[in-house]
Design a protein around this ligand. Sequence first.
Ligand code: FES
Ligand code: FES
Length: 161
Amino acid sequence: MADYVEINVNGVRHRLDIRHKRTPLLWILRDELKLTGTKYGCGIAQCGACTVHINGLSRRSCVTEVGELTEDDKVITIEAADSTIAKAVKESWVQHQVAQCGYCQSGQIMSATALLSKNKNPTDDDIDRVMSGNLCRCGTYPLIRKAIKTAAKSLTEANNG
Ligand code: FES
Ligand code: FES
């Protein structure tokens, strides 16, 4: 049996000591790979601050053990979220000046990007349902909703244009 685990983060393979098998991905991202855009909030999958994409889906990295991943699983963090959808979301976030303290925002952007990847024209209910797992102590929820709608509109216009 291999005495290491291999993970693929932002397109780069990393070989980790087997002792990290039970380590939450969040700690590897922040402490080992220095990808500090992904935040620690609660550690128990309740706040969404640690949201990353694994194979395009939102996952809470605080409760994802490194050993759950295979080397074929593609982890994307906020630092490398540069798909067309992610770019539209980031631009819209800036346009609406969504961030207040900013702490929750990388998780919000990752969840919003995953939402728009699946649903090109989300309703308020769709947004509230999907984003409800991402908490914001600064109460930026109304701006988040607006920004997601603006991003959806700009993506639709780009596709039709
Ligand atoms: S830190 Fe992972 S959900 Fe809160
Ligand atoms: S912007 Fe401060 S916690 Fe969300």
